[in-house]
Design a binder for this molecule. Structure first.
Ligand SMILES: [Zn+2]
Length: 316
């Protein structure tokens, strides 16, 4: 089949291809870490809950503060060592959401959420993966200050890569939550849905958390059946994406739909239907005659849909 649209070069998938070298062996080196926290070449991302603090620039803003600048902005909650960026240490520094909110009044700063930063290109792209790393890590710390085993306070150790309970000695490690996100396909049609949270014209892949004791492929089949009443057979994993809202890992898949009669779960979706490849191509290019759209390239759904639209052979 020949495509009706020239989709052009494949865009970058947001938050991937990090230039951070995590140098995990340095996380226990407290002397080295202490010296890095005062090195003028060190940089830090400053994050208060959902809000990221940026230094205002003309074309783009700067996400990376010197250690002194980061300390001067607001009292720091946790600090995590992200790794080396071009050989220099990079940290994530937490402040309270209230502190971040208060910084919105400053003329020399921009304080906004990470989705807006990514979609609007408010910083140069190399900052997005370490910002995702820092935001997810700081969120985890903010929710794990007490031991889930005994209730006592926990301490940040290993440069932020562990919390340790001083009473029962249980160690707690940063978590990421796997999500299955999939396009069920049947012949020349793919299944897209609309959540009530979406803009009125936006359609996307179905998605849901992988549950304990469940394989990714089974989560794909279960979620598609639960949300749309569509049974799936073969599942093909495509690629993954860190998604720091708050700390997920999106696992992108194609699934072979075995029926086409949709039974939508109205608690999960406000609409769900089949789209042809031609229609999906138009949505990806923002040229759909009814103004319907897919998520932007920063989101993995855009890439999953595009992989299918551009495929012309065996999918599974
Ligand atoms: Zn404990």
């Amino acid at each position: 089949m020949s495509l009706p649209f020239d989709l052009g070069p494949r865009p970058h998938l947001g938050y991937t291809q990090s230039r951070i070298d995590r140098v995990a062996e340095r996380r226990l080196d407290t002397g080295w870490l202490s010296s890095r926290s005062n090195d003028p070449n060190t940089r830090a991302y400053v994050i208060g809950g959902e809000l990221i603090v940026l230094k205002k620039g003309s074309a783009v803003h700067d996400a990376a503060f010197t250690p002194d600048e980061a300390r001067a902005l607001a009292p720091n909650t946790e600090t995590v060592f992200l790794g080396l960026f071009d050989g220099h240490a990079r940290f994530g520094v937490g402040i309270t959401p209230a502190s971040a909110e208060a910084l919105k009044t400053r003329d020399d700063l921009v304080v906004t959420d990470l989705r807006s930063i990514a979609i609007q290109g408010l910083v140069t792209p190399e900052h997005l993966p370490p910002l995702a790393e820092a935001k997810a890590m700081l969120h985890w710390h903010a929710r794990h200050r007490f031991c889930s085993n005994c209730g006592a306070k926990t301490d940040l150790v290993d440069a932020g890569w562990k919390r340790s309970c001083s009473v029962c000695k249980v160690e707690h490690f940063p978590r990421t939550d796997p999500v299955a996100i999939m396009l069920a396909v049947r012949g020349n049609h793919g299944l897209l849905g609309r959540s009530g949270r979406f803009a009125a014209t936006m359609w996307s892949c179905l998605a849901g958390f992988v549950e304990p004791g469940e394989a990714l492929e089974d989560a794909v089949r279960r979620e598609t059946l639960e949300e749309a009443g569509i049974k799936c057979g073969r599942v093909k994993y495509l690629y993954s994406q860190p998604w720091p809202f708050p700390m997920s890992l999106m696992n992108g898949c194609l699934a072979e739909a075995l029926n086409d009669d949709i039974k939508m779960d109205a608690n999960e979706l406000v609409d769900c239907r089949w789209f042809s490849k031609d229609e999906c191509a138009a949505m990806l290019m923002r040229q759909h005659p009814d103004g319907l759209t897919c998520p932007p390239p920063v989101a993995i759904a855009h890439h999953i849909i595009r992989t299918w639209v551009e495929s012309d052979g065996e999918l599974f």
